[in-house]
Ligand binder design. Sequence first.
Ligand code: DON
Length: 297
Amino acid sequence: MEEAKRYTKDGKVADYIPELGNANPDDLSIAINYPDGRCISAGDIDKNITLQSISKVITLALVLMERGFRYVFERVGMEPTGDPFNSIAKLETMAPAKPLNPMINAGALVVTHMLKGDSVEDRFNRLLGFIRELAGGPSVGFSEKVARSEFESAHLNRALCYFLKQHNIITEDVEILLDLYTKQCAVEMNCLDLARIGMIFAMDGVDPLNGKRIMPEDVARICKTFMVTCGMYNASGEFAIKIGIPAKSGVSGGIMGAVPGKFGIGIFGPALDEKGNSVAGLKLLELLSKNYRLSMF
Ligand code: DON
């Protein structure tokens, strides 16, 4: 922590969602959750983080369970892009205009579109219930303020939705989809909860404390694979070489890691690099991976 904390100065908090601009760039915290229930942590662990893009991997897990692999992968691909997370470029140059993977915004919007339910409330409540089950407690909440702030400023995501709608990849009203997507991104928790979710992925979808299977093994495996190939956007290749842990980042500065068969990691450090990943969080993971030989490669 002490070594990594120095790197918070090298980043900037995201402010394209105005409410996220209020975060303290000096914050840094980490929690590690083991399958036997032990949890170790350091730093500002009481601070809450909105999931932002970390929610993409969790929504994908629920949608794979609700719709099945075939339905989902007919609508979203499996390949990394090498482009920024909110890029529209590949949608136009690839045919058909199916997003390349579920971790970029275009793909995540399609995944959220596939969430079953009769209303935004119904769909969001089921997702929140699933997230609470993964986190193992009711402490997981949702920031209305962050959701509204993103909803009112999400012009690029609106553009992605309209493009996808033009090509019949999504069919619902764009404002309804954005309402649900921005709520999903504003689900809020601390890094202890985040570490516990990472642990469930690390343990192939089973809660080891009570033996309950929360998601099928194949769903956990697919999610972890996307975390390796696309979890850190256009920094995923470098991340795999330097760190080698399935992980997913978000612009709030969160990173969820899942060390297969070992433990889950939750990090919060809102100062970001130019690709939207937590600068000190990445440093922390790099040190952990090197010191404890955590790379899966
Ligand atoms: O859609 C957005 O722009 C945000 N709600 C989430 C983006 C994000 O977290 C990308 N992360 N690095």
